[in-house]
Design a protein. Structure first.
Length: 440
């Protein structure tokens, strides 16, 4: 494989990738409102010579190269979060701007930069004849990830019946190769109370007071240690072999689980009445060895939850929001943990490609990225969640991550990505399929 030619080709496409990314940023594409950016991506893939460009029943856009039966997919979610408070941005988040080094705007790192690099990585494969015999390359622009992680890939696998041999995620990785991350789930706790006039609160049963006790215990579950005298043992316990004998080593790599109360609601007849219900949402991050059943039971076993007995219900949220095409694909809000060994063939193909193209250290495109990348291992893991929770977490399809941009830019105002990252990633995407096929 001529790695110098791959690098030269990727560098030659820097301007085209930058233009494509800026076009995508200029089209607002929050979850369930991605039609405009999907159609822009479809046009780009067609202009680049992709053989089969389709939009599936949910609204994901896909372009394929090659005619083999074995599929290597490159996935980018192309929906974004909103912009938040406009005053926190120094420039229009959709108009954006670029310099010699960076591109600014909502979606630059999370995660439309990955789409630009993937599309042109496929073009480089065509230019240089890098698609292995027997393989098909599938470039995917997936929808609704920000709303419901990887529901899009549940649809692709179960409804479109597409099962790649492995998938490269282009989520931002700060120049690293990422082989897993913690899972997460969305837990709901409902507390029942009885209202009465606020002038005599003892006549009622205040649901907010009950919930306050439960919230205290949820906080303890996140913050406590796991010592023998600690009544509510903290989630840090899963890093220890005595509590997590089969998975503690993976848990130490991925990081401990966490939980936090993210939302609170109540009902009351008026501001002069005792609250008769209260609900909270819990964002639960899961490490290796934790399951949705164990996480729900952990909340049910909290002292305050047990104290209030049948007045408390602990459950998991479901997601049923229609896609931009009007399709509803209902799923529970459970996003499993996943991890690969560094020795796995698809991970090794990524590592060998990086070594051959860009050496053994993370690429630092300019000084502003140095503090995020310098000294970190090349092979690592994400802090946040990705479509890998369904690709590998649910369906067991090997997944590995390498994408332009930085995790710290995700969901933040003044979001940027680096042009050099687009070049670095496009080159690596082009090289990996041949190295993976050669490994076998």
């Amino acid at each position: 494989m001529d790695f110098a030619a791959i690098k030269e080709a990727a560098q030659g496409y820097e301007q085209a990738m930058s233009r494509f990314l800026r076009d995508m940023i200029a089209i607002p594409s929050e979850s369930c409102q991605e039609e405009g950016v999907v159609r822009r991506i479809a046009r780009e893939l067609e202009s680049l010579g992709y053989e089969d460009v389709t939009i599936d029943g949910l609204g994901n856009v896909m372009g394929s190269l090659g005619q083999g039966e074995r599929i290597i997919a490159i996935d980018s979610h192309i929906d974004t979060v909103g912009v938040g408070v406009q005053d926190n941005w120094t420039a229009d988040p959709y108009q954006g701007y670029e310099t010699d080094q960076i591109i600014y705007g909502r979606g630059a790192s999370d995660q439309e930069g990955g789409m630009a690099a993937a599309a042109y990585g496929g073009r480089i494969m065509m230019d240089l004849g890098l698609i292995p015999e027997g393989f098909r390359i599938l470039v995917v622009g997936s929808v609704q990830e920000e709303d419901c992680d990887a529901m899009c890939w549940q649809y692709i696998c179960s409804q479109e019946h597409i099962r790649p041999e492995f998938v490269i995620s282009t989520e931002p990785t700060d120049g690293g190769i990422y082989r897993g991350h913690r899972g997460r789930m969305e837990i709901r706790v409902d507390v029942h109370g009885v209202s009465c006039h606020g002038s005599a609160p003892e006549r009622g049963d205040n649901a907010i007071y009950k919930m306050a006790d439960i919230i205290r215990d949820v906080r303890a579950l996140n913050e406590n240690d796991a010592g023998p005298d600690t009544p509510i043992k903290g989630l840090v316990k899963m890093l220890e072999p005595q509590y997590n004998p089969e998975h503690f080593a993976d848990a130490r790599f991925l990081g401990r689980g966490s939980c936090t109360v993210s939302q609170i609601y109540f009902t009351s007849p008026s501001r002069c009445a005792v609250a008769d219900s209260c609900q909270i949402s819990i964002d639960r991050r899961m490490t290796a060895g934790e399951t949705w059943e164990s996480c729900l039971q952990e909340i049910r076993d909290l002292p305050a939850v047990r104290q209030y007995g049948e007045d408390v219900t602990v459950s998991m949220y479901t997601y049923d929001r229609p896609s931009w095409k009007g399709t509803v694909f209902e799923t529970e809000c459970y996003f499993p943990t996943w991890i690969n060994a560094e020795t796995a063939p698809h991970v090794q193909a990524m590592i060998r490609a990086h070594h051959a193209l860009w050496d053994t250290e993370r690429r630092i495109p300019d000084a502003s990225a140095a503090s995020q990348r310098q000294g970190r291992p090349l092979t690592d893991k994400w802090t946040f969640s990705t479509n890998g929770v369904a690709i590998q977490g649910r369906y067991g399809i090997p997944c590995v991550g390498f994408g332009p941009g930085a995790e710290s830019q995700a969901h933040a105002p003044n979001e940027i990505t680096w042009k050099q990252d687009l070049v670095t990633c496009a080159a690596l995407y082009a090289a990996v399929p041949g190295l993976y096929a050669g490994e076998e």
